[in-house]
Structure formats: structure tokens, C-alpha cells
Design a protein around this ligand. Structure first.
Ligand code: GLU
Length: 441
């Protein structure tokens, strides 16, 4: 049974980088007919906010990334305490009292001596009396997991064979001085107890994975399959870390990005397969191959979402948008026709409203000075609304005969005068939807 999880910390809104992780885990579970868990990593009571938990759920629902089970780490603190006891019993857990300033000083010294800045385990040599004295002076210490200084190896689902020397990594702090359980311990306990079979996350977690493997072993759990996807960069290869806040899923939703456009792009970006617009998550899951993703940083350009969104809309049947179109005030009898004419000409649904205004009220005409006389003559030849499917061709051939103009010189000034836009739907199909042509005076 395949079990995956998406484990966001509710300390902000989900962004495109989070989505990549969520989607991969979702697709692996769905493809295998397994279980997808939404796990809220909220052991940090100061930074975790219910508002963000709600927003995470809302974003995932918008995209259709439904979860089979939801868990909150804040409700499982007793499990983490039990695991901490087990590590203590196994003598793999020790209390350390260095202040951040002292640790920083140690790191600087090591770096100066050309050594890797790995915690020196000074706390292991403290006697019980010394610990009592430090505790009395500084309060409770942090709890570190004592790594076994061997090589930690696994075959990563994306990165291939990985081997990390545990001696090059500091013993990780799993519990803070104030008793707060940190992500590494909570995550390991959850992954083990929830039977998670595949963990896919960003490559910034590779070192965590190394330490987590040893913690899982110490707790007697079985090791899951790990895969680390590359991190996203901007279109120029620039780091996205500072810009991720402005690449939130809620921003995309507000900009009118269609879920399948976003999902189709992210299911392929960074893989050796081309981006293909898919109609459903089932289809995405069927074609999803994590092993085809590469380890190189993956360029993400927000602009790519819009042509894909436009393609989603081009294929969308009227039934799916009838409510939104009625909401614009388009009368029922012309609504299907309005969608048929517009859908190939909009990038997002937001583009519909200005077009409906043009149809209902007429557009502010655009008339170049050199075309003023021509447009005046043409308007005299335009019959009054309502127009029909023949109006445009009959009108433009009459104007052609009268003025001798043809091609772009004939059509463009008329389009600009009638719609106030240089681009838009085919004029023949648009004319029957126009209630008024203001340039007619
Ligand atoms: N809460 C962690 C994060 O957001 C989860 C990482 C993981 O998937 O284990 O980075």
C-alpha cells in the first residue's frame, strides 16, 4: 500500500514550490491507488496560524488535490515525547547547553582552522553535576540526537545513489530548551507511525534525510523511499527563495490561472517529458513518472501559466461557465453564443467582462486621424443593430466597393472603430453580439 504525505508548516501561504512537493506526493499516491495524507507541521506554536491551515486547505481544494486523511502535529505531542524517551533509553539523546553565541563562536573557530562547522559534542563529556549547574544557570538544554559516525546511504527516487558521511553533519537538535519538538523528530515519528512509504520533498532536505534515516533506525522503524526534487528558480536561474511570497497559489487564483494549467505545468517542469496540458488529475497521475525528473534547478516562469490557462478555456464547454457568464449579466439567449465567440480570445475568465461591456454598450471607438473620413463613410453604410452573421461581410464589401480600400487597410480601421481594440474575436462572429456601435454616432 502506497502512502504519501504533504507536510506544510502553516506559517504562510502555499507557493509554487510547495505545490510542486504536494503534487508529486499526491500523484504518486493516486497513481498507485494509495493514500495521500495532508499533515500540518504545526509544532511551532508561535509561527503556526489557523488562518494558514485554512488557506492551505482552500488552495488544495481549489486545485482538486484532495487528501484522504489530515493530521496535525500539535495533536501528537505525546507520541513525540514517547519517541524522545525511547531515544534516551537507547543512549542516543543528550542534553546540550551551549548558547547560540557560543555555537556561533565554535563554528567560526572551526572554519578558521579549515574544518567543517560540525558540533563538537562537548556536551557529551559533561558530568551530571555540571549539567545540573548549567541547567540552574541557563534553564533546560536542547536535546541532540547522537549520530552514528558511519556513512548514511540511500537510493533516492530522483537523485540516485546518495552517500553522506554522518561525521560531516552536526548531531541534530530535536527538542528545544523550551520543550518544543522540532520538525526532524516529529516528522520521523509521523512517517513511521503513519506507515508513509514514499517521501518526496525539496533537495534542501537531503541532509535532514540523512539524519532522519538514523533516527528511524534508532526507533526501530522501517525506512521509506525518499526522493528529493530540485528547487525552482526564476526564469533567469535566479533564486526564488525571496520571491516565493509573491508566487503564492492564492495570487495565481486571483490572477485567473486555471488549476489544470498550473497542475499540468508543475507535473512536468524539470522532467525530461514535455509539458502537456491534461484534462484531469487522473490523467496527470496516469502519466506521472518521478524518476524522469532531473536534479538540476528547475526554471519556473509565471508567464507560462497564461497560455496554458488560455488553452484550458478554449476547450471549456459552455455548461462549465454558464454560471459565470450569467453573473456578468449576459442574457440567457445569447450566452452560449457569447462564450463560443469569446473563448478562443480570452487568456483568463477576467477578460470576459470588458468584452461583454463592449457588446452591451458599444466600445469607445479608436479612429486614427488619417482614417477619419474613411470611417465616417463606412459608418454611413453600416445598417442599424441588430446585426447578424452576414453583417460584417456584406458591410465590408460595400465599404470596399465605395472606397477602394482592401485588406488590412480596410479591416483594421473598422475593427478599431467598432470594438476599440486592435485584437479580438473574428468580426463576422462578433457583430451579431454587438448591441450598439458608438462610432455610428
Ligand atoms: N514541514 C516541512 C517543510 O515544510 C516538511 C518537510 C518534509 O516533507 O518532510 O519543509
Amino acid at each position: 500500500m502506497t502512502i504519501t504525505r504533504f507536510a506544510p508548516s502553516p506559517t504562510g501561504f502555499l507557493h509554487v514550490g510547495n505545490l510542486r512537493t504536494a503534487l508529486m506526493n499526491y500523484l504518486i499516491a493516486r497513481k498507485a491507488g494509495g493514500t495521500f495524507i495532508l499533515r500540518i507541521d504545526d509544532t511551532d506554536p508561535e509561527r503556526s496560524k489557523q488562518e494558514y491551515v485554512d488557506a492551505i486547505q482552500h488552495d488544495l481544494e481549489w486545485l482538486g488535490l484532495t487528501w484522504d486523511r489530515m493530521e496535525r502535529q500539535s495533536e501528537r505531542l505525546d507520541r513525540y515525547a514517547a519517541a524522545a524517551d525511547a531515544l534516551r533509553d537507547k543512549a542516543r539523546f543528550y542534553e546540550a547547553f551551549e548558547t547560540p553565541v557560543e555555537l556561533d563562536l565554535k563554528r567560526k573557530k572551526q572554519l578558521n582552522m579549515g574544518k567543517p562547522p560540525v558540533y563538537d559534542r562537548a556536551a557529551l563529556t559533561l558530568s551530571d553535576d555540571e549539567k545540573d549547574a548549567l541547567r540552574a544557570e541557563r534553564g533546560n538544554g536542547v536535546w541532540r540526537f547522537q549520530l552514528d559516525h558511519a556513512r548514511i546511504e540511500w537510493t533516492d527516487g530522483i537523485l540516485g545513489d546518495i552517500s553522506i558521511d554522518a561525521a560531516s553533519v552536526s548531531d541534530p537538535v530535536l527538542i528545544r530548551g523550551d520543550g518544543q519538538v522540532l520538525y526532524t523528530l516529529a516528522s520521523v515519528v509521523d512517517d513511521t507511525e503513519m506507515g508513509v512509504t514514499h517521501v518526496v520533498r525539496g533537495s534542501d532536505h537531503v541532509t535532514n534525510t540523512a539524519t532522519q534515516i538514523q533516527i528511524i533506525e534508532a526507533l526501530g522503524g522501517s525506512i521509506t523511499t525518499f526522493a528529493h526534487h530540485s528547487l525552482l528558480t526564476g526564469p533567469q536561474g535566479e533564486s526564488l527563495s525571496k520571491r516565493l511570497g509573491s508566487l503564492s497559489l492564492r495570487d495565481f487564483r486571483e490572477q485567473g490561472v486555471e488549476p489544470m494549467a498550473l497542475l499540468s505545468l508543475l507535473a512536468r517542469l524539470g522532467s525530461s517529458d514535455p509539458v502537456e496540458l491534461r484534462g484531469s488529475l487522473e490523467e496527470l497521475a496516469e502519466h506521472f513518472e518521478p524518476a524522469r525528473f532531473g536534479s538540476a534547478p528547475t526554471k519556473f516562469d509565471q508567464a507560462d501559466l497564461f497560455p496554458l490557462t488560455a488553452r484550458v478555456l478554449h476547450e471549456r464547454p459552455f455548461e462549465d461557465v454558464s454560471g459565470e457568464i450569467a453573473g456578468l449579466g449576459v442574457p440567457d439567449d445569447i450566452a452560449p453564443k457569447f462564450w463560443e465567440v469569446m473563448r478562443a480570445n480570452v487568456t483568463t475568465m477576467a477578460d470576459l467582462a470588458p468584452w461583454w461591456e463592449i457588446c452591451r454598450d458599444g466600445a469607445e471607438p479608436i479612429i486614427a486621424e488619417e482614417d477619419a473620413e474613411f470611417v465616417r463613410e463606412a459608418m454611413a453604410l453600416l445598417p442599424d443593430a441588430p446585426f447578424d452573421a452576414e453583417t460584417w461581410s456584406a458591410w465590408t464589401s460595400a465599404v470596399k466597393d465605395a472606397t477602394g480600400r482592401k485588406g488590412k487597410g480596410l479591416f483594421m480601421p473598422l475593427r478599431l472603430a467598432v470594438t476599440g481594440q486592435a485584437r479580438g474575436p473574428d468580426m463576422g462572429s462578433l457583430m451579431p453580439l454587438l448591441h450598439v456601435v458608438r462610432a455610428k454616432g
